[in-house]
Structures are given as C-alpha cells and as structure tokens.
Design a protein around this ligand. Structure first.
Ligand code: ADP
Ligand code: NI
Length: 201
C-alpha cells in the first residue's frame, strides 16, 4: 500500500532529480509552478486534489522534447508508479491524464483532472514567466528572437502561433480568470517589442 502524502513527497524528489538541471524552460520550477496552479484551480473547481497534484508533478516526464523526439511518458510513469506501489487503476488514470495534457499533441482532455493540469501548464506558458520560457526554449532550439524577413522559425512568431491563443483555450473558469492579466502582459510586451524594432504590431 502507498501513503498519498508520502507518494507526493517522494514524487517531488524524483522530479527534482530529473529536472533540476534543465535549461529548456522545463525545469523543476516550471513543474513546481504547474503543481501550485493546478492545486489552486482544483480547489476552486472541486476536483480530485490527489490525482491533480500527482499528475501535475509527472506531466513533463517522458516528454518528447526531452527525449530526442520520442514520447516516453506512459512507459516511464507506469514504471515509476508501479514501483511506488500505486494501484493499477490510479496508475492508469494518471497515465491517461498526462497523455492528454500536452498542447502540441492537440488532444481535448476527457476528464476534469486533465483539463486542470492542462490549464495550469498553459498558464505557465503566458505572462512574464511564459515570455522568459519561450525565449529560453527558443534559444535551446537555435531559434532567432525575430526576423521580419523570415519570421516562421522565430520565437516571436511562436507568440502569434501559440501563446496569444492560449487564453481562449483555457477549459476551467478559474484558469480563464488568471489568464486575462497574463494575456494582456503578452500583448503589451509584443507591442513594445515591435515598437522598439521600428515595426507596427
Ligand atoms: P507542451 O509541453 O504542453 O506540449 P510546448 O512544448 O508547446 O507545450 O511548450 C512548452 C514551453 O516551450 C512553453 O513555454 C512554450 O512557449 C515553449 N515553446 C514551445 N515551442 C516553442 C517555440 N517554437 N518557440 C519558443 N518557445 C516554444
Ligand atoms: Ni509543462
């Protein structure tokens, strides 16, 4: 048998060991912030706090971006949770939630818990921290800041392709509220960025 408080504590250590030295914007503190946001949303939305918190801690484990383009999340989470003696039913739920979180996989979550972790992950991609993460991830992928002649592979283009759309794609009311200010800050940032560059936004 497992103890839920112990399992969460142990999972935090497991994640810290794996992610503390990440420099692509998916570091331990990204995951810690997603956990905090997900718990806040779960409380407001009256969701299962244990499932939400555990899935939030594990949401970037095995992500394809950190494993040479291969998604190993189901395999690694199964292994970790079965070694931690979590029962099969809960393990499968966590694997399912995590598989539905990623924006790039384009899935529509089938449970309230997955919607909450996805919203929390998306909130950490916007606002001041979202801006910092985008340039860090962009740099790690050899992307330029901006190129008006060839915008497609730049980090500023990523704001238009993805980040500015996230506010509309929040599922929960709580996340929609938190997203307002963060979205506005992205708009202000882009306006100033293009103004300083000498462009119209
Ligand atoms: P997920 O991990 O939910 O699939 P992403 O990998 O798309 O989401 O995004 C994770 C982080 O990396 C976010 O902060 C996002 O802004 C950033 N990111 C993803 N793709 C790019 C890109 N092409 N340029 C800059 N930042 C990116
Ligand atoms: Ni994430």
């Amino acid at each position: 048998m497992y103890d839920s408080v112990d399992l969460i504590k142990q999972t935090k250590v497991y994640i810290h060991n794996q992610f503390s030295s990440d420099t692509t914007g998916h570091d331990f503190y990204h995951i810690q912030r997603v956990v905090d946001l997900a718990k806040q949303i779960a409380q407001e939305e009256k969701a299962d706090l244990f499932l939400v918190e555990l899935a939030a801690w594990l949401h970037d484990v095995g992500d394809y971006k950190l494993h040479e383009g291969k998604d190993r999340s189901a395999e690694l989470i199964q292994k970790y949770l079965s070694e931690s003696n979590l029962d099969e039913n809960l393990t499968n739920k966590i694997v399912q939630i995590v598989s539905e979180v990623s924006f790039s996989k384009g899935k529509t979550p089938s449970s309230q818990e997955a919607r909450i972790v996805q919203d929390a992950d998306r909130l950490d991609a916007i606002g001041a921290i979202g801006i910092a993460r985008a340039f860090t991830y962009g740099g790690s992928q050899q992307r330029q800041i901006w190129d008006p002649e060839n915008s497609s592979e730049t980090t500023i283009q990523h704001f238009h392709d993805k980040l500015l759309k996230l506010r509309e794609r929040m599922s929960t009311q709580t996340a929609k509220k938190i997203a307002q200010q963060r979205h506005q800050f992205l708009e202000e940032f882009l306006e100033n960025f293009h103004k300083e560059w000498g462009e119209h936004f």
